[in-house]
Write a protein that binds this ligand. Structure first.
Ligand code: PAF
Length: 281
């Protein structure tokens, strides 16, 4: 596996690969990798000739500076994991490679950023769009791979890729869970043993919510999950919403052609976790 730090070298390398007619798959990450990331790499390998991953903890998407400081960084371990998953090339730029000057761009996401994560973390998705567009401009992938766990991020990336006419196919990959159901996340490694036990309530309440769908309305299920999480010590619910998967607006009932998704965010101690479940599958 090649490790490249400079964008000019990466662009020259990928340019040659693309000139020979080969397809490039791209897995952008912030490192602290887990099996969820590796599943994106494996899917890319099946669909492309060259799989590129990036590791870059993007400062512009952190609205909470403490969260940025705390974010786990373990490049050597990440490199080994990527290699074991069959990644061909990893791009590990310094901050000034990505942002030689501050990025002043403000994106319009058609309102998709005004709810849930966007409402709780002002500026977060603008930062995601800043880095993802910059990475796409450098890597020029044919396909890019994102996990469904970050459901709203995926919807927003799809939106701006379409709006800005990026010639890249966005491939959505399933949530990978621990054996007890907790969605894999780089933040899980920051949980204490007790917090890790508490965190299970997120996925458990989502599974229970889905089982209730047959004879309950979205409003009833929201009430149930709110109560379920609120009665659990050590966890603070930020939101649980049942939304239309396209507009991300609250779904009043189970009808319509769009998928319906339950999205949850909560703080376990200081650690903020998110998860979601698709009610339409
Ligand atoms: O999902 C993430 O890890 C990040 O938001 C991304 C897409 C790598 C951009 O920094």
């Amino acid at each position: 596996m090649e490790v490249i730090i400079k964008k000019d070298i990466l662009m020259a390398y990928i340019g040659k690969v693309k000139d020979s007619g080969k397809k490039v798959g791209f897995v952008p990450t912030m490192g602290a990798l887990h099996n969820g990331h590796l599943s994106l790499v494996r899917t890319s390998r099946q669909q492309n000739d060259l799989t590129v991953a990036s590791i870059f903890v993007n400062p512009t998407q952190f609205n909470d500076k403490e969260d940025l400081k705390r974010y786990p960084r373990m490049p050597e371990k990440d490199g080994k994991m990527l290699e074991s998953a069959g990644c061909d090339l990893v791009f590990m730029p310094e901050e000034n490679e990505i942002y030689p000057e501050p990025d002043q761009r403000v994106f319009d996401f058609g309102g998709l950023d005004e709810v849930m994560e966007g409402a709780q973390r002002p500026g977060h998705f603008n930062g995601v769009a800043q880095v993802v567009t910059r990475l796409f401009d450098i890597v020029k992938p044919d396909r890019a791979y994102f996990g469904i766990k970050d459901y709203q991020q995926l919807a927003i990336i799809r939106y701006f890729v379409r709006k800005l006419n990026y010639p890249v196919e966005i491939v959505a990959c399933p949530i990978i869970r621990e054996p007890d159901g907790l969605a894999m996340s780089s933040r899980n490694m920051l949980l204490s043993v007790d917090e890790r036990k508490t965190a299970i309530i997120l996925s458990r309440s989502l599974f229970e919510a889905k089982a209730m769908k047959k004879d309950h309305s979205p409003a009833e299920i929201i009430q149930f999950v709110d109560a379920r999480v609120s009665e659990t010590p050590g966890i603070k619910l930020e939101y649980f919403e049942i939304v239309n998967g396209t507009t991300l607006l609250p779904a009043g009932d189970w009808g319509g052609k769009d998928e319906i998704v339950g999205c949850i965010a909560a703080r376990v101690g200081k650690i903020r976790l998110i998860d979601n479940i698709n009610f339409s599958l």
